[in-house]
Design a protein around this ligand. Structure first.
Ligand code: PMP
Length: 400
């Protein structure tokens, strides 16, 4: 019966970690998956998460099922964190929030909603984008195409191309936007460019669909990283926003996130929420509680909340230091005169090096630096001590 099942290819991102584990070379570095490491390259559980878990144990909470929509305290906290507690959309109860299985599950739920309620609509995703976006929309049966985003000539944003492609999309399309710290490029629009993007979406009757996987983790400030989403909400758009707590609270394996739909009225929001629940029920019934309680406890307690912000600043700061050190090493060691300053202009946990597929393969095969084939490296998996070695590997791969 299963004789004809073909072998699936390894996942382009998670497959890198498998190859890394199998490598026995002492200099090996895993810069594939975007997971934060300490300066000793060890995984990190935030202190504030441990404190919240201790509190949760003390309270002796039970393991009853959550409602389909998730933990009510979490849903409230997550929408407020995203939009600001005093946001008009929240005050007027126009936001439908459903707890999701982290960023991926929340995106998938929204994709299922689009497939069911906007069957003729298409989603536009940036070229390039996080590899899983295409899988998510494919599996949900939502047609997608790409808009230009990255300009290899400048290692910057192709803003003209982006605007032209969004304008050319059929009216009523969904435009997938990375709220901050675009993955994989680390290149974000400026505030002025965001305003122009909003103008074009409005003109064309498109709906913004934000993927927010790095709030607070990119700049170190929760508010600054939510700028783009808040701008669109402020301007009166109906907006989809998928959130993830994998990176900013380090809750990768807890699978905690949410889908928020900002609607035109509280009545619409109620109906949208009811349909999101209806879609979730046959897929996974209801979400897990542990991560939701952690987030609700951290955000709900002023002391824990401020400790979280401090830890987030530390994580973001460590990545910024590594970025600077890598730039310094590359500039000092590379005698070709190449300008490496694009590395400093990128933000978030990744750097898009501009290395092509065969150069990226050289990084792995010769230097044991494990990374995705698109030239993306996770700076969160790098230490100051390893920057020198990495710079040698990059220079060798570029010029050979
Ligand atoms: N979107 C983007 C842009 C991401 O980078 C990630 C994580 N790498 C996610 C969504 C989802 O991650 P998770 O499912 O762990 O929340």
């Amino acid at each position: 019966r299963f004789e004809d099942v073909a072998m699936a290819p390894p996942d382009p991102i998670l497959g890198v970690s498998e190859a890394f584990r199998a490598c026995t070379n002492e200099s090996k570095l895993n810069l594939g998956v975007g997971a934060y490491r300490t300066e000793d390259l060890q995984p990190y559980v935030l202190k504030v998460v441990k404190k919240a878990e201790t509190l949760m144990l003390e309270k002796g909470e039970n393991k009853e099922y959550l409602p389909i929509e998730g933990l009510v305290a979490f849903n409230k906290a997550t929408a407020e964190l995203l939009l600001g507690a005093d946001n008009h959309a929240i005050q007027s109860q126009r936001v439908a929030t459903v707890q999701g299985l982290s960023g991926t599950g929340s995106l998938r739920l929204a994709a299922a909603f689009i497939n069911r309620y906007c069957p003729s609509a298409k989603v536009l995703i940036s070229s390039p984008t996080w590899g899983n976006h295409k899988n998510i929309f494919n599996d949900a049966g939502v047609p997608w195409s790409e808009y230009r985003y990255y300009d290899p000539k400048t290692v910057g944003l192709d803003f003209e191309g982006m605007i032209a492609d969004i304008k050319a999309a059929p009216s009523g399309s969904f435009i997938l936007l990375h709220g901050c710290a675009h993955n994989p490029t680390g290149i974000d629009p400026t505030p002025e460019q965001w305003t122009k993007i909003a103008d074009v979406l409005e003109e064309k009757g498109h709906t913004p669909f934000f993927d927010v996987a790095y709030q607070g983790f990119a700049s170190g400030s929760l508010d600054e990283d939510a700028f783009s989403v808040r701008l669109f909400v402020e301007r009166g758009f109906e907006v989809f926003v998928a959130q993830s707590y994998s990176k900013n609270l380090g809750l990768y394996s807890e699978r905690i996130g949410a889908i928020n739909v900002v609607c035109s009225s509280s009545d619409v929001a109620n109906r949208v929420k009811s349909q999101l629940k209806r879609l979730a029920r046959p897929m996974y019934s209801n979400p897990p509680v542990h991560g939701a309680r952690i987030v609700a406890n951290v955000v709900g307690d002023p002391n824990l909340f401020s400790e979280w912000k401090t830890e987030m600043e530390e994580m973001a700061g460590r990545i910024k230091n590594v970025r600077k050190r890598l730039y310094d090493n590359l500039s000092q060691k590379d005698k070709s005169g190449k300008d490496w300053s694009f590395i400093l202009r990128q933000i978030g946990m990744f750097s898009y090096t501009g290395l092509n597929t065969s150069q990226s393969e050289n990084m792995t095969n010769k230097w044991h630096v494990y990374m995705t084939k698109d030239g993306r490296i996770s700076l969160a998996g790098l230490s100051l001590a390893k920057c020198d070695y990495l710079a040698d590997a990059i220079i060798d791969s570029y010029h050979n």
